[in-house]
Design a protein around this ligand. Structure first.
Ligand code: CAA
Length: 259
């Protein structure tokens, strides 16, 4: 992507060897998300080279993301991204297809080619919470504030966040968090399995560096194949998962044997 494309998408991209860092860069609006940002994230992920092993997602200005740009829900504020209320003129299937496009970058974060890490400080609200959920790991500041705000707005979380939330904390806790739209602190996120690393805000960068070092220490092919196995495990029967393990191991044996 050109610098102009990145600026239009409200994103920063830093490519440093095996690590790509995508920064939501709209701090004046608390990194509120618009379709142009989603399209930009999708394009970056699709264009990453094979050398990238870890993708870090973070927000500029001390907060992760305040979620959907609420201007998109205001019929009085048309936006070049398209006003979401205007979308209601389309038939149901067309709206479903449109949301499918918006979901694309969230789904791409599961790509086994790389491990995705969200660094969450400040707020992760609605679409921000879902973006963090779609990453493989979350490193959170103790005082981070996760909130699934959609039900409070009369909506459902529709940006790929419901499945990883249930998988991270279980159905009952997921429902409690969503239905109440309450704030989950970074400290609680660590206790319930929503965040894998929780540190004081001043230690976020050091925690990220240590995590990246650990995630890039071992053979890339083994790590990507393991991510694929783990990602697909919940949808498989035990017998199918055993077969997937055996099949993946054959590929690893052959890769090791061929040097
Ligand atoms: N959309 C657009 N602008 C936003 C925004 C959002 N989601 N969140 C914050 N901003 C803007 C504010 O309008 C304000 O702009 P101005 O300076 O031009 O007035 C600026 O960011 C700073 O905001 P605050 O002064 O409110 O900052 P704060 O630090 O005191 O509070 C906050 C931060 C708690 C995130 C608060 O701004 C807030 O509650 N924002 C709204 C959060 C929200 O409801 N998001 C939608 C969730 S639902 C969703 O994402 C998915 C979906 O499908 C609907």
């Amino acid at each position: 992507m050109t610098p102009e494309d990145l600026e239009h998408a409200d994103l920063l991209l830093d490519l440093d060897g095996a690590v790509a860092t995508i920064t939501l860069n709209r701090p004046g609006a608390r990194n509120a998300q618009r379709p142009r940002m989603w399209a930009g994230i999708a394009r970056i992920l699709e264009e990453l080279g094979p050398e990238v092993r870890v993708v870090v997602l973070r927000g500029a200005g001390g907060t992760f993301s305040a979620g959907l740009d609420l201007g998109l829900l205001d019929p009085a504020r048309p936006d070049e991204d398209g006003n979401f209320i205007a979308v209601l003129e389309l038939d149901d299937q067309a709206i479903i297809d449109r949301i499918g496009i918006y979901q694309r970058p969230f789904a791409l974060l599961a790509d086994p080619r790389f491990i995705t890490v969200a660094v969450v400080e400040g707020h992760a609200i609605g679409a921000g919470f879902q973006l963090a959920l779609c990453c493989d790991l979350r490193i959170a500041a103790e005082d981070a504030r996760f909130c699934m705000k959609e039900p409070a707005l009369g909506l459902v979380p529709d940006l790929v966040g419901t499945k990883p939330l249930v998988e991270a904390v279980g159905y009952s806790r997921a429902l409690e968090i969503c239905a109440s739209a309450r704030v989950v602190s970074g400290a609680e996120a660590g206790e319930i399995g929503l965040a894998q690393v929780v540190v004081p805000p001043s230690e976020l960068d050091a925690a990220l560096a240590a995590t990246v070092t650990a995630l890039t220490a071992h053979p890339h092919g083994a790590v990507t194949a393991t991510k694929a196995l783990l990602r697909e495990a919940p949808a498989r029967s035990l017998d199918d998962q055993r077969l997937a393990e055996r099949t993946a191991q054959v590929a690893r044996f052959r890769a090791l044997a061929s040097g």
